[in-house]
Design a protein around this ligand. Sequence first.
Ligand code: NAD
Length: 419
Amino acid sequence: MNSGKANLAGMALKQVEIAARYLPRIEPGMLEKIKHTKREIIVHFPVRMDDGSVQVFEGYRVQHNDTRGAFKGGLRFHPGIDLDEMKALSMLMTWKAAIVNVPFGGAKGGVKCDPRVMSPRELEKMTRRYTWEISPFIGPETDILAPDLGTNPQVMAWIMDTFSMKKGHPVPGIVTGKPLELGGSQGRLEATARGLLVVAERAARLMGMAIKDARVAIQGAGNVGGTAARLFSRAGARVVAISDINGGIYNSRGLDVAKALQCKQDNDCFTKGEIDGDEISNEELLQTECDILVPAAIENQITEGNAGTLRCRMIIEGANGPTTPAADAVLKQKDIYLIPDILANAGGIVVSYFEWVQNLQELLWSEDEIYQRLRKILFRAFDEVTALSEKQQVDMRTAATILGIGRIVEAARLRGIFP
Ligand code: NAD
């Protein structure tokens, strides 16, 4: 398994430079501006643990760009995070919001911790104290948080409560991805995975392929990967492999997804129950013969080292940054069609935008309304990126980055430089 610690910041900057070649009118100074974050907040704070000891945690909130709207981005709880990773992920969020054309900028946050070894009480205290420390810099009009790796609707609820206590009134718009009971949106939990399926359907049509009976391999079984497995399976695809951090399971005839996910939930493992399939490693999962590969765990999984061994026709990036630039080049040679993270997993930010709009205007949209609107936005973004990729003769990642950066630079030009 790859550790995920490649230089994500270097990858993101490289992507900017590639896209900039196709945007000749960008002033060098403006390019320099978007290569930098606007603000990087690092906090250290104590939490009293269940055994009575005090542990000091390091937390981050990086705000990359708010030219087109309030900062928006996920919150990660993971032992391996660092400032560079936050910077890169905040940059990807800025491009993503611009690609799907929602009025947000990009941010990312995290706390260096291992949520799997913490009790719910410790997690709650850590979340609340982190929120308190960054609260001068966040707000429904300035910076809105959302779930990401290691966080979930419960964590969002604690953030919302802590922020609201400070303000003296409920502020549901401070987070998206919260429970429905607190102003969460229908469909938000499934949004990222649903977006993957929407984009996969569009891409499959272009390739003359059908989702029905397509063989799908999914790395990661959390909010994005686990939900994608359910949705692809419901759409008639054959999910032939799925994994989590401990490894995965494979069955060429297709797995019983509900049973496999239940087994993981009960045993923290796919193969301890009575599941019809063979144990595989994460590396083997990536090399599975399939039609669609969905990396939906962490960054830096498809590298120059293993890209040559992949046996899929299409990659739909559920995770942020799962493929390195060197691997991109190998995949291109192998004629593997790749839908990049900044387009493929944008369903999350789109439905987050819907949740935020509903909170600010006190509206309640039905699940059906949400999905119709989501499809419309993702179809349009997919078609715009595809058209640009054909026009400029570039891959989908470069086309998406050109589209996103182009919109941000134009907005910055219109706003001008203060003072
Ligand atoms: P999650 O914590 O719910 O699930 C992560 C999954 O990845 C788990 O199954 C975990 O076991 C697995 N995993 C962790 N480390 C791994 C490793 N080293 N090798 C293999 N598997 C590993 O997180 P999530 O919300 O599903 O996010 C997954 C990815 O999708 C992240 O890159 C995240 O940034 C991205 N993403 C999430 C959202 C969202 O709405 N949640 C939106 C856009 C992008």
